[in-house]
Design a protein around this ligand. Structure first.
Ligand SMILES: NC(=O)c1ccc[n+]([C@@H]2O[C@H](COP(=O)([O-])OP(=O)(O)OC[C@H]3O[C@@H](n4cnc5c(N)ncnc54)[C@H](O)[C@@H]3O)[C@@H](O)[C@H]2O)c1
Ligand SMILES: [Fe+2]
Length: 438
């Protein structure tokens, strides 16, 4: 994302050198972090807190599913009790399409709001960030794509994630989608990081299994890509490793028993930790490919990541064997002291097994052979210009990776290991992860 600052000529002349320089910048760039409120009822506490902050009118961004489920009602009641005026905009749909973001901008202005509560998944949180930065700078979201494209800071943003996946409550990014051009666009600005975020597991107990699975695998992908990439710091490595341990332990529980508040809370925390890791250390080839699949086929972001993760990790493995081995140990699928290449293979197998246990297919049923060259070209451009990947992917290599996830015509059921019948990856007995430990 930082590479949006660089003119194309510089990219063509000295991409590796430029990326190294960006790695230095990104390691020291000050990135604010929200105050976190964690636990059952924390979304109500967030409502009570912001009621006391003297906002004129709060713009609540959410979506129709959340409204139907009444998930935001306790927070809205807290705002009312606290005497805060607010308006609700609940029209956001998955992937934050630009026309809906435009609608939100218009309503924010019409209602003279001065603060934003984002109550929903990544699509809602990212729409809220895009609305905020657009109204503050009087610019269309398209003009703000890239890094620090606006002069003015957005109004205060408060976030209540209702999925455990994107980590958008702590990241500098807003991903919106352009339905006209079938692309996903990224606005990045450290001032869009929310001031407060509530991780309330009660909001997530009704999240359907497939969304729990896909969003959880998005969080896992953030942690893995931040860890195996080249821009990691001690802090991001600690966050990424803690997130991986928590996800391996809790995602299978949250998937099979959605009502388990403990597992839901751990998943919410893991998603936030993974967000803290990748907002500085960035993501990699999995996201570069998944963004193209999301733009063209509207594949849910987490699902696209989950399907692409195993083949990309196998491709990258020779360049990051030691890190994959460390991930195996933290994930609880291997013992430290074992040979690194064996541990790395165990970790790769465990990711496939985890996918299968969550009912995630190994192949993407909408992918078409004729789209592969264009998808690979766009993915390689995104990776080459933005991500500190452990292994550079040529266009041919990317095409080969995509062919591995093509649906097999008339072939067997395209699940990694016969989906729902597969068991979660076997985990070694290990100490419970410490949330703050790396
Ligand atoms: N800003 C970032 O740093 C960042 C990082 C990763 C992904 N993203 C973006 O976030 C978007 C995906 O977000 P997401 O994966 O959270 O999904 P989402 O926000 O699109 O939500 C998926 C579906 O789940 C429903 N839903 C949400 N919470 C629910 C709940 N508690 N109970 C029942 N249903 C619920 C929504 O209504 C929606 O239909 C993509 O556009 C992706 O590119 C952003
Ligand atoms: Fe992601």
């Amino acid at each position: 994302m930082l590479t949006d600052l660089i003119p194309d000529t510089a990219l063509n002349v000295g991409l590796p050198a430029v990326k190294r320089a960006l790695g230095v910048v990104t390691r020291v760039l000050p990135i604010p972090q929200p105050t976190l409120m964690v636990g059952p009822g924390s979304s109500i506490r967030l409502g009570e807190t912001i009621s006391g902050l003297g906002h004129r009118r709060i713009f609540v961004v959410t979506d129709g599913v959340i409204t139907r489920l009444g998930l935001a009602t306790p927070l809205l009641e807290a705002l009312t009790r606290g005497g805060s005026a607010f308006v609700v905009f609940d029209e956001i749909t998955p992937d934050a399409p630009i026309p809906l973001v435009e609608k939100g901008i218009e309503m924010y202005r019409r209602e003279s709001c001065d603060a934003i509560v984002a109550f929903g998944g990544g699509s809602v949180m990212d729409s809220a960030k895009a609305i905020g930065v657009s109204v503050a700078n009087d610019k269309h979201p398209r003009e703000l794509v890239g890094y620090f494209k606006g002069w003015s800071a957005p109004p205060p943003i408060y976030a209540v994630p209702t999925t455990a996946g994107t980590g958008s409550e702590v990241t500098v990014a807003a991903v919106i989608s352009d339905p006209e051009n079938h692309t996903k666009l990224v606005i990045a600005d450290t001032r869009m990081v929310p001031r407060l975020a509530a991780l309330d597991p009660c909001l997530m107990t009704g999240l359907p299994g497939p969304i729990t699975a896909a969003t959880g695998m998005d969080a896992l992908t953030h942690a893995i890509e931040a860890y195996i990439g080249q821009w990691g710091t001690d802090f991001t490595d600690r966050m990424a490793l803690a997130a991986v341990a928590m996800i391996y332990e809790n995602l299978p529980i949250a998937y099979t028993n959605g009502q388990d508040l403990g597992a839901r809370e751990k998943m919410a925390l893991a998603s936030t930790y993974a967000g803290l890791a990748f907002t500085r250390a960035n993501v990699g080839n999995v996201h570069a490919i998944a963004h193209q699949l999301g733009g063209l086929y509207h594949t849910p972001h987490g699902l696209a990541n989950a399907i692409v993760l195993p083949p990309v990790l196998r491709f990258s493995s020779p360049s990051c064997t030691a890190k994959l081995a460390a991930l195996a140990v933290r994930a609880g699928v291997g013992e430290s002291g074992q040979p690194e290449d064996g541990l790395a293979r165990t970790f790769l197998d465990s990711v496939e097994a985890l996918n299968a246990s969550l009912g995630i297919p190994a192949r993407l049923d909408t992918l078409r052979e004729e789209d592969i060259p264009g998808l690979a070209k766009a993915a390689c451009w995104e990776a080459d210009t933005s991500y500190p990947v452990p292994a550079r992917m040529s266009r041919t290599a990317c095409e080969q990776l995509l062919r591995q996830i093509l649906p097999v015509p008339g072939g067997p059921e395209p699940l990694a290991r016969q989906g729902s019948k597969a068991k979660a990856p076997p985990r070694k007995k290990r100490a419970r992860p410490r949330p703050d430990a790396g």
